[in-house]
Design a protein around this ligand. Structure first.
Ligand SMILES: [Zn+2]
Length: 552
């Protein structure tokens, strides 16, 4: 640390805070003897922080900060441990995932027989005829190396309708009774924007259903979650996120129910991360009529962008691409909304002062979404719309130039290369150099974020760092090495850039006096770690708003 610089900065800080009465300058807590990576360009390294209520009061050297200590200040020796700002998961589905963990069978298992056993166990405890629901199933991760079938699920629970969501969230797998309850048989036509898979030889249902065809099941499955269940879901996922160092997350497909669940969890003291709650476009009219828009709320629960969806998913290989999937010459993926639909919803939101976040994975979907954003901004310019491209996976130089020109924000998957390596071959080595394109975004002056999309992706920030820095999967395969970034860049992507994506860069995302006291204490320094073991760095403690949300 350059102490001359730090002292100057520190004095600047003190001046700013002397505007407050002396009483308010007394720290409640001082953390010292740390290796603090602040993500603040004016003072990148520090040894200590002073915290008053939920904010950083001072950041600097041990001597400078300890000097502020009073009789009432608690002091914690960090023992040289590394501290970063709290991580921000800029696209995830935590409230939804929390409910799933409460109610559904976790099918993140490595064989079909293990999944059958888990379903059987749940069926025994469930009255016959009632739904047995599963989630986090992944067709590429079971040892049988084939997808689940109707027969597999019939064998596991013949007397219960069984419905399992792929961890990507865009496809589902059901048994015979579930299809009957949903009113689907071999003759049911594919709905627009959806697909009911049939065996090409026999015409029989395979069990798999994609995209909008899933609505047929959603209508048949009773949605009997209570208000308390929703709060419990947030409580459960809060603990899961906090132990990995996450202090903020975007609910990327939120509803008014989620917004309420977040407020309930905050009130009961169970909310351990700051929620930026997107609102699904179906609720846009009601939200606008009620006077809501992006930014309403406080540091814990805030109304986020309106969510639109342009195409399919990367993990389930339904993203809309300009060139076909490897080995599937006629498969270009699926578009979910037309350009006109995106424009109609987008215009309404744009004029009402909402940020827009559009799910766009493939290059065709990104091109379409950008054209809509460009048109909105041309017709009705807004000063700082911060249009978001959710996922923004497959890009080109042309698309990157347009993203930069528009000031749009990509939220690429952070852990996919590492965690979903076995799916990468469907995209091919050449295309992978243009996917999750952090190097290209950063070089172009764009501010990409860290984003798990959990449940589809894992949310562990240290895994995100490893994936982004090494572009290597768990088996050692390298995917798209041209997009590697440095550990320092990856930390910024996971912190300050996430704050910018929700208009909160002056409130959080770096360790600076005046900002919210959100931080993570790590057992080892990521900057000194072998990049291939970043994922193994333990999180010692997590703090959000001056309160420890996790202590190991
Ligand atoms: Zn998502």
């Amino acid at each position: 640390m350059n102490s001359g610089t730090s002292r100057r900065e520190f004095l600047g800080t003190l001046t700013a805070f002397s505007l407050f009465p002396l009483e308010q300058q007394k720290p409640d807590l001082i953390l010292y003897n740390g290796n603090i990576l602040t993500v603040n360009d004016r003072e990148p390294r520090a040894e200590a922080v002073a915290i008053r209520r939920d904010r950083f009061l001072a950041v600097g050297s041990d001597a400078d900060v300890l000097h502020l200590s009073t009789a009432g200040s608690k002091k914690i020796d960090l023992g040289g441990k590394t501290v970063t700002p709290g991580f921000i998961d800029a696209h995830s589905h935590p409230a939804e995932a929390g409910l799933m963990h409460l109610r559904m069978v976790d099918c993140d298992l490595r064989s079909i027989s293990a999944i059958q056993a888990a379903l059987r166990e749940r069926a025994v405890k469930t009255p016959p005829g009632e739904w047995v629901l599963g989630f986090k199933y992944d067709d590429t991760k079971t040892e049988e190396d084939r997808p689940l079938t109707v027969a597999d699920l019939d064998a596991a629970a013949p007397d219960h309708p069984v419905h399992i969501e792929h961890r990507g969230g865009h496809t589902t797998y059901s048994n015979s009774l579930a299809f009957r309850k949903a009113g689907i048989d071999e003759k049911t036509p594919d709905p627009p924007g959806g697909k009911i898979d049939r065996d090409p030889a026999t015409g029989k249902l395979t069990g798999r259903v994609a995209e909008s065809a899933n609505d047929l099941f959603e209508n048949a499955i009773p949605q009997n979650f209570t208000r308390d269940d929703h709060r419990e879901g947030v409580k459960l996922i809060s603990k899961m996120l906090a132990r990995t160092g996450i202090t903020s997350a975007t609910e990327a497909q939120g509803t008014p129910t989620d917004l309420l669940a977040y407020q309930d969890a905050q009130e009961s003291g169970d909310l351990l991360y700051r929620a930026y709650c997107f609102i699904n476009f179906h609720f846009l009219d009601a939200m606008i009529a009620a006077g809501n828009r992006t930014g309403l709320g406080d540091e814990w629960v805030r109304v986020g962008a309106v969510k639109l969806v342009c195409d399919g998913s990367i993990s389930e290989r339904t993203a809309r691409l300009s060139t076909p999937y490897e080995g599937r010459p006629n498969d270009y993926g699926i578009l979910v909304m037309t350009e006109e639909e995106l424009y109609t919803h987008g215009r309404k939101a744009h004029l009402a002062g909402w940020q827009i976040g559009t799910h766009a994975n493939g290059d065709v979907a990104i091109d379409t979404t950008l054209r809509v954003y460009e048109r909105l901004q041309k017709e009705s310019p807004r000063r700082d719309p911060r249009f978001r491209l959710e996922h923004c996976t497959v890009v080109s130089q042309g698309l990157i130039a347009r993203i930069k020109a528009l000031g749009a924000i990509p939220t690429p998957f952070s852990t996919y290369v590492y965690y979903h390596g076995e799916k990468m071959r469907y995209y091919g080595a050449e295309r992978l150099n243009h996917m999750f394109a952090l190097r290209s975004f950063i070089d172009a002056g764009i501010r990409p974020t860290q984003a798990s999309d959990y449940p589809p992706g894992e949310f562990i920030p240290m895994m995100a760092l490893q994936s982004e820095v090494t572009r290597t999967d768990t088996k050692g395969n390298v995917w798209g090495p041209k997009q590697r970034i440095t550990v320092e860049e990856a930390i910024r992507v996971g912190t300050l850039n996430g704050a910018y994506a929700s208009y909160e860069e002056n409130l959080k995302g770096s360790i600076e006096a005046g900002k919210l006291a959100d931080l993570v204490v790590l057992d080892r320094d990521p900057l000194k770690e072998n990049p291939s073991t970043l994922v193994t760095i333990p999180v010692e403690r997590t703090m959000a708003g001056g309160r420890w949300t996790f202590e190991s």
